[in-house]
Design a protein around this ligand. Structure first.
Ligand SMILES: [Zn+2]
Length: 185
């Protein structure tokens, strides 16, 4: 991709020569080329994120939560907490009550398309759980293996607002990991 505009705010950016890596001087977002590395232990992060399930249940009672990025066989191995059932997120589905996207954003090549797709996959009022490492003034978490997107918290808020989501819940403002639940209009 040789795009010369920021994936978040659309400002013109100058990627470094021979790479598509850039840091936007306007919104602070940074993107670097996809690598072949993949996350070392996605499940560990997923299980950590499940601590936020009660927050989602408090916002909306839902019998099923669609997990982004896991296939049905992987989901069968997950422990059930009794209150909700997990399903695989079907790309063409259009009526999900809740979508769980733990640590997905750091790896999404096309952020606009991602948020457009999640909006389409949720029913009106449906909930989207997102987590991602974020850069703060005195905090720069070490890159995840294969990470391409490096966000500031405001970058994610901007994308959500732009795509018709409203923030419904947010964990710890000062954590190196942003964890939020957004509601689709
Ligand atoms: Zn920008």
């Amino acid at each position: 991709m040789t795009s010369s505009s920021c994936a978040i705010c659309g400002a013109k950016v100058s990627p470094a020569p021979r790479t598509s890596c850039y840091r936007c001087i306007f919104c602070g977002f940074k993107q670097q080329p996809t690598t072949s590395e993949t996350s070392s232990d996605p499940y560990q992060s997923l299980f950590t994120s499940f601590k936020d399930l009660p927050a989602l249940s408090a916002l909306q009672k839902t019998p099923t939560i669609a997990l982004h990025g896991l296939d049905p066989a992987e989901i069968d191995t997950l422990p059930s907490d009794g209150n909700v059932a997990f399903t695989a997120l079907v790309a063409e589905s259009r009526d999900n009550a809740a979508i769980w996207a733990d640590m997905v954003l750091p790896y999404v090549p096309d952020l606009s398309a991602f948020f457009r797709e999640k909006f389409d996959q949720l029913r009106p009022g449906g909930l989207l759980y997102l987590s991602a490492p974020v850069q703060r003034p005195f905090l720069r978490p070490a890159p995840l293996p294969g990470q391409i997107n490096f966000f500031q918290p405001k970058n994610i808020m901007f994308l959500l607002e732009q795509r018709g989501f409203k923030m419904a819940w947010r964990k710890n403002r000062f954590s190196p990991t942003l964890r939020i639940i957004a509601r689709r209009d």
